[in-house]
Design a protein around this ligand. Structure first.
Ligand code: S3P
Length: 171
């Protein structure tokens, strides 16, 4: 199994959007780890954090990673911002780190018509000072976990998808 393309990166960087653009370009199927987790426990991410705390959510991420490794191949996997920390990530996959500055991520999110909803559903974005600390801590770790890095700041999803296709030789 495996040989998936795993998109990692900070909250709100556009992993889902870019996954959808990749589907259009390649005809591959896409799957999202937060969606899998929400359906597994029939609860929204925000509620999982609220009722069971972050460590439980991380356990669910590990279970999801183990399931993906055994059951999903040749697919695009968009992930939650902390998913890259699971054990055995990308042993047989291509891990793509989508990079943008935090300032740009926040500005794009705030300009979105559904900005409030987008921020509210992310428990780790409630306090911007904390989010900034988390971003700085994770940046080198994303880079270490990735096979390739793509700068997505101010870029259209379609353009980013093209870049990924070319860099990974998908066509
Ligand atoms: C998280 C990112 C979220 C979601 C959860 C935790 C993180 O996904 O998995 O709120 O630890 O960075 P997005 O990256 O899609 O916002």
């Amino acid at each position: 199994m495996a040989d998936n393309i795993i998109l990692i990166g900070f909250m709100g960087v556009g992993k889902g959007r870019i996954a959808r653009a990749l589907v259009e370009k390649t005809g591959m199927f896409a799957i999202d780890t937060d969606d899998l987790i929400e359906s597994l426990v029939n609860m929204k991410i925000r509620k999982i954090f609220e009722m069971h705390g972050e460590p439980y959510f991380r356990e669910l991420e590990q279970r999801t990673a183990d399931w993906l490794r055994c059951n999903v191949c040749n697919s695009i996997v968009s992930t939650g911002g902390g998913f890259f920390k699971v054990k055995k990530l990308g042993k047989k996959d291509k891990v793509v780190y989508l990079h943008s500055s935090l300032e740009s991520i926040v500005a794009t999110m705030e300009a979105h018509p559904k900005a409030k909803k987008k921020i509210k559903k992310r428990p780790l974005l409630q306090n911007m000072e904390q989010a900034n600390i988390l971003y700085k801590k994770r940046l080198p770790l994303y880079r270490k976990a990735a096979d390739i890095e793509i700068n997505v700041e101010q870029m259209e999803a379609e353009y980013v998808a093209d870049k990924i296709v070319r860099k990974l030789g998908l066509k």
